[in-house]
Design a protein around this ligand. Structure first.
Ligand SMILES: Nc1ncnc2c1ncn2[C@@H]1O[C@H](COP(=O)(O)OP(=O)(O)OP(=O)(O)O)[C@@H](O)[C@H]1O
Ligand SMILES: [Mg+2]
Length: 219
C-alpha cells in the first residue's frame, strides 16, 4: 500500500512505534501496520531499524501461525514503506472484554490460550509482550495473539516464564474477575502443549520472576 492508499484508510490505532490503519486486500478486511519515524534517531539508522522490525514482526507472525497459534495471516509485506498488512481479526480486545465474559467462557478462553502459548513456546518462539492488550477475543470466544513486535526465538525457561508472568500481571493489575480458576485453566492448557517437565521448569521461573517483582516493589 502506498502513501496515497494510507491517506484513504482509516486510522485505527496510534501505538508507541506504529500506526495501524483499517485496510482492504481483495475482498478481505485488513489491517496495515506502519512503523513511524523516530526523530531522535539518526535518519538512516532509524530507517534500517524500522525496516528490520517490520520484517521481523511479519516473519514472527508467520512462524507463530505455522506453530498452530491463531494469529492474523500476513497478506502483504512492504519493508521499504516500513509496513505490512495482515488479516483483520473480527472480535474485541481482551483488555476491554474479559471482565464481562461469562465465567465458563472465560475459563475456556484461558485454557485455549494456555494451549496456544505452549504451542508457540514448543516451536521455540516467545511473544515478548503477552498482555491482554495484545489478545483479541474472536466472535467464537477464542484467543488470537497479535503484536509480535517484540517476539524472539528462545527456548530458555526464563524467557518463556516472562510471557506467562506478563500475561498474569496484566490480568491481575487491570481486571476484576476471580483469577484463580482462569490461571488454573491457563496452566492446564499450557502443560498439555509443552509437557509436564518443561512446563514445570517454566512455572518455577515464573514464580521467581514474581518474587523478584514483589521484592523490588517494596524496596
Ligand atoms: N489483525 C488485527 N485485527 C484486528 N485488530 C488489530 C489487529 N492488529 C492490531 N489490531 C488493533 O490495533 C491495536 C494495536 O496493534 P498492535 O498491538 O499490533 O500495535 P502496537 O504498536 O503494539 O500498539 P501499542 O504500542 O499501543 O501496543 C491492537 O490493540 C488492536 O486493537
Ligand atoms: Mg500492542
Amino acid at each position: 500500500m502506498d502513501t496515497n492508499q494510507i491517506a484513504n484508510s482509516l486510522l485505527m490505532h496510534r501505538g508507541a512505534e506504529a500506526d495501524l490503519y483499517l485496510s482492504q486486500v481483495g475482498p478481505w478486511k485488513a489491517v496495515l501496520k506502519k512503523r513511524v519515524e523516530k526523530k531522535y534517531r539518526q535518519k538512516d539508522l532509524d530507517a534500517s531499524i524500522r525496516r528490520e522490525r517490520t520484517l521481523k514482526e511479519a516473519s514472527m507472525l508467520g512462524e507463530a501461525r505455522k506453530a498452530g497459534v491463531r494469529t492474523p495471516s500476513v497478506l502483504k509485506l512492504d519493508p521499504e514503506e516500513f509496513s505490512f498488512t495482515m488479516a483483520l481479526i473480527p472480535g474485541k480486545l481482551a483488555r476491554d472484554n474479559l471482565d464481562t465474559m461469562k465465567p465458563g467462557a472465560r475459563e475456556g478462553f484461558f485454557e485455549d490460550l494456555g494451549h496456544q502459548v505452549g504451542q508457540l513456546h514448543l516451536r521455540g518462539i516467545v511473544h515478548g509482550d503477552l498482555t491482554t492488550s495484545n489478545l483479541i477475543i474472536s466472535e467464537e470466544n477464542i484467543a488470537y495473539m497479535i503484536d509480535f513486535g517484540l517476539a524472539n526465538y528462545s527456548i530458555e525457561a526464563e524467557d518463556r516464564a516472562v510471557d506467562l508472568h506478563l500475561l498474569k500481571r496484566s490480568i491481575v493489575t487491570s481486571h476484576n474477575f476471580g483469577t484463580e480458576k482462569c490461571f488454573k485453566a491457563l496452566s492446564k492448557g499450557y502443560t498439555a502443549s509443552l509437557g509436564e517437565r518443561e512446563a514445570a521448569s517454566v512455572y518455577k521461573k515464573a514464580s521467581e520472576i514474581a518474587r523478584r517483582g514483589r521484592y523490588f516493589a517494596i524496596r
